[in-house]
Design a protein around this ligand. Structure first.
Ligand SMILES: Nc1ncnc2c1ncn2[C@@H]1O[C@H](COP(=O)(O)OP(=O)(O)OP(=O)(O)O)[C@@H](O)[C@H]1O
Length: 99
């Protein structure tokens, strides 16, 4: 898993930035719920720009785990298509992983 995450180091986003963008994962920022858990919206500053983005937060009690979530990160980081959203970054920790 560590070797796998090394490949995605360039996508790493700081938790502080995510907390700021989602107002600490406030329920008012929830825009949906999927197989991994809640999806939040927020404004993220990156490359001197500000963008409205979606943050997907892994909730392991939903049945899916790191493996499935990392597969999604890998897929979104490797493929571009007009019907696929672009992955801006991710963060892994002992409890959660975010995109
Ligand atoms: N980029 C986004 N922009 C706007 N809304 C989004 C975005 N991504 C997810 N959502 C919202 O969050 C909901 C859940 O999305 P999510 O991709 O987690 O669900 P899913 O289709 O069940 O897929 P998965 O099983 O991979 O989680 C969507 O139905 C949508 O309402």
């Amino acid at each position: 898993m560590e070797a796998f995450m090394e490949e995605f180091q360039h996508l790493k986003i700081q938790l502080q930035e995510i907390n700021l963008a989602t107002t600490n994962f406030d329920m008012n920022n929830v825009i949906g719920k999927g197989g991994f858990g809640m999806v939040y919206e927020g404004v993220l500053s990156h490359s001197k720009r500000q963008s409205m983005v979606a943050f997907k937060r892994l909730n392991r009690s939903n049945g899916q785990g790191n493996c499935e979530f990392l597969k999604e990160i890998m897929m979104l980081s490797r493929y571009t298509h007009e019907n696929l959203i672009s992955l801006l970054g991710s963060l892994s920790g002992p409890n959660s992983i975010f995109v």
